[in-house]
Ligand binder design. Structure first.
Ligand SMILES: [Zn+2]
Length: 164
């Protein structure tokens, strides 16, 4: 995808995440959208820096880069949420465009993509971006709402087993 597609994806995703995390629709929702939206949008723009530095869709489009951004906040207590932008950039390139990304670079230069994308300059690109964002939000909703519940149930069962 081009920069416009990545910004559209990041902004829509952040609005959706804001409502998932703070469904009230009050000021808190908008503060959450702003808090998440700025770092996510910056993160979503970052991988394509490799059009100028390094090899495009390789140097900054791989799992080691994602892991580095996931880990960064734990060590330095900043850049939280930037990894969400990096991840959604990868997802959009893999699922939304014809060319894939080199997930295992620099170990392996093979580019991986799904056979469902459209050409970056296609008129369908915006529609595909919105659809991919929708799927991401469904996954996010399942993670946000289901996993705590599932782990609570598991925890409850474990406690029940111990006490029973
Ligand atoms: Zn890219």
């Amino acid at each position: 995808m081009n920069k416009k597609g990545h910004v559209l994806n990041a902004v829509l995703l952040s609005i959706g995440l804001g409502y998932l995390l703070e469904p009230s629709g009050t000021e808190e929702t908008f503060v959450t959208i702003l808090m998440i939206g700025v770092p996510v949008t910056l993160g979503a723009l970052f991988p394509d820096v490799d059009t100028e530095f390094g090899k495009h869709r390789k140097t900054l489009h791989n799992l080691p880069i994602l892991v580095a951004f996931v880990g960064f906040p734990y060590f330095f207590e900043n850049l939280e949420y930037v990894w969400i932008g990096i991840l959604t950039h990868y997802v959009l390139d893999v699922a939304g465009s014809k060319r894939g990304i080199a997930l295992f670079y620099p170990l392996w230069s093979e580019e991986f993509g799904l056979p469902v994308g459209v050409a970056v300059k296609s008129r369908m690109a915006d529609l595909v971006t919105v659809v991919v964002t929708g799927v991401e939000l469904v996954v996010a909703a399942i993670i946000i709402y289901r996993i705590p519940q599932a782990s609570l149930e598991l925890g409850g069962q474990a406690i029940g087993t111990v006490l029973g």
